[in-house]
Design a protein around this ligand. Sequence first.
Ligand code: PLP
Length: 400
Amino acid sequence: SDLQSSALARVAPSATLAATAKARALKAEGRNIISLGAGEPDFDTPETIKAAAIAAIQRGETKYTDVDGLPELKAAIVAKFARENGLSYTAAQIHVAPGGKPVIYNALVATLNAGDEVIVPAPYWVSYPDMVLLAGGDPVFVTGEEADGFKLRPEVLEAAITPRTKWLILNSPSNPTGAAYTRAELEALAEVLRRHPHVWVLTDDMYEHLIYGDFQYTTIAQVAPDLYDRTLTVNGVSKAYAMTGWRIGYAGGPKPLIDLMRKVASQTTSNPASISQWAAVEALNGPQDFLPERGAAFERRRDLVVSMLNQATGIRCPTPEGAFYVYPSIHGLIGKTAPDGTVIDGDEAFATALLEAEGVSVVHGAAFGLSPYFRISYATSEAVLEDACARIQRFAASLR
Ligand code: PLP
């Protein structure tokens, strides 16, 4: 129609939100549904953080702040990058926005011209391609294969770079696979990027604190300091601190880029909520002891889900390094038929038939750019996960 802009017409609504909405509708009809679609921790925001927000309200910290963040929050972010990532930024190199999502969108809107390309490794977080499209650029998809732990190989990156490439987006640990890049893997990608000085790197480190076993987390500006001047390091409090509803994300990067991002925010969102910013100051500066406790709970859940899914007929589930997602393969189920006659011809049919037969809601892999797989979010209790995985096992066994 005439109403929709041509820029918005290029964009698809979020597939993960659609799956969640469908599960909610079935639940409302009285069906017994387990929803493993949502990408948020089930834990509550820690009490110390809530108390800091309440104190901010009572002190009257309820007015506009600087567009891209309070000085106190920028100082806490500068300290966080130095302490946890060995990255040295000044306050003038920090951008704070209402969530990681707007941080990424501000960077893309600030820099993309029509025809500019953004390399998006699949499987990808659903919002990257559509944010690129909305900002006027063209996503260029490359694939991290299951055999490579769903990670981008240097030669695949090399082949995708053109004179129009503006950005490479990295996301480690990844939504939807949980895969995280080792130092050596980042070094190898950095080696390619050195040969192409016009390519900027946007690394989305949102799941940094959700890492399991003895995996050593690193981010590309730390591994390759020579790329610092063209890297935007994005992070936020949503996932690590169970603060999805507070809407605070942030980034560190070269000052000229940060200045452009502030210009975008100054004419669109203005500052993120003052109260949430004070809560984020406490999240970053306050006690961190709940992180390992919650991490241990997530690791137990990961191990439970991986083990139970690998016992399901025709399903193969790699063990991810981090985040709270698994991305199992259903190659072994393609072409089979469900008891109701549905032919499993791909991951969308699988997800639909699984929801119909057993009431388990997952997101099909096509939504993340790699089939035939599906994504499970294991940010829920072990009892629910055990029930869900038993239903998936029963469904897989029922296919002929
Ligand atoms: N980046 C990734 C990889 C995510 O999975 C998400 C949330 O789902 C975000 C960014 C957005 O985070 P926020 O809720 O802070 O906007």
